[in-house]
Design a protein. Sequence first.
Length: 157
Amino acid sequence: MTTPETAAAPHNSPNPFASAAMTVLSFAVLLFAGAAVGLMSGFSMGWVSHFWDLGLTVQVGGVAAVVAYLVALYALCRLAGWGSRRQSGALGFAVGFVAMTLAMIGYTVGGSIVFSGKPVNYVFLFGSMIALAAGVVRSFVLPPRTTPQAQPQVSGA
């Protein structure tokens, strides 16, 4: 008869191939997710800068929208790192976002493809790079802390 103390413990050793495959797969998926977010947000910021010349109220609203977006971008980057349980997930999201943003900055004869020379676009471009860098750095996942075991007190005379 086996008791819980003498029963064989289940074998829970991780498979190194599966772990590496999941790391690569999560990086690739989050790379494309970051590129999609970069594409959609780039065109959204194009609309914010389109109305930039309408006055101070619109400019304040545009800057507030960009700041709110940057907070959400930071949270998405942290979420990508948390969801993949690796810093590479956040890095994949950030690389996809930056690659798409750099592709949209491309210069043509008539100027930039999406972004104009308005100050709100510079706040968006530089702010998104700072938010992504902070999100990648802060997404470093630490191993769980172990609690120290209490030693039994021996009372002696």
